[in-house]
Design a protein around this ligand. Sequence first.
Ligand code: FAD
Length: 243
Amino acid sequence: MTDDGAEMRFLDDVTVELVKHSASDTDVLWAARVSTAGEQSLEEVGTDPERSKGLINFLMRDRHGSPFEHNSMTFFVSAPIFVFREFHRHRVGWSYNEESGRYRELRPDFYVPGTERKLVQQGRPGKYVFVEGSPEQHKVVTEVMEASYRQSYAAYQEMLEAGIAREVARAVLPVGLFSSMYATCNARSLMHFLSLRTKSEQARVPSFPQREIEMVAEKMEAAWARLMPLTHAAFVASGRVAP
Ligand SMILES: Cc1cc2nc3c(=O)[nH]c(=O)nc-3n(C[C@H](O)[C@H](O)[C@H](O)COP(=O)(O)OP(=O)(O)OC[C@H]3O[C@@H](n4cnc5c(N)ncnc54)[C@H](O)[C@@H]3O)c2cc1C
């Protein structure tokens, strides 16, 4: 338990909330149509839906990427630190702010894989497949992780109680600890992220992401698809390659 009474939690899922957005298919259209319509491109936006769909498909197919940048989505993400380490490698078209282990006491929320998480890795680098774990393997993972988390969080608390600075005491906490951040992107940077961090039969260039960052990516993709359905459909139809 923390100073403010938070109980230890073992979580098997991530949280993604779209907290702020200015993003629609029409943002792609007016940005693209400035090429031919100049300042009238805004007025033409709603005129011909079929033509609009065709234009978005054309931009996606021919990888005219910049019209997909004139929009913004901010997500709140809560996920294990090992997911954030992978996430923050995406540098272009992303802005991040993450909670601080220096300025606040970190809460005891830890990741333990759920029963549907495939546990066993087979094959060789670049050709791994993951298969179901047995009930015994799930039991081992759950018991060992929970025991280890309890021990490391108790060590963290012991140091805090002895007056040690948060930034020093946090060194004992594992990468399975949950962190939280705001992440802001546009449709183009999101598509690039999705192309690498989801695994899909429809992908022209397959990727093999870690399941937990894929869980974050899937929730982001669902929120984005509701905001920009034509752009999302064009992305899928073009083999999930970012323009
Ligand atoms: C399945 C998988 C396994 C991975 N394994 C590892 C690993 O073992 N070790 C590891 O360190 N990383 C690993 N990564 C991370 C990977 O190397 C990338 O850092 C990460 O996917 C971000 O991709 P990105 O650089 O394309 O994205 P962004 O940083 O968002 O960049 C977007 C695009 O901008 C351009 N760009 C950005 N910066 C530059 C630059 N400096 N010079 C030229 N062009 C630039 C590129 O076209 C790039 O694709 C892995 C990623 C995946 C998806």
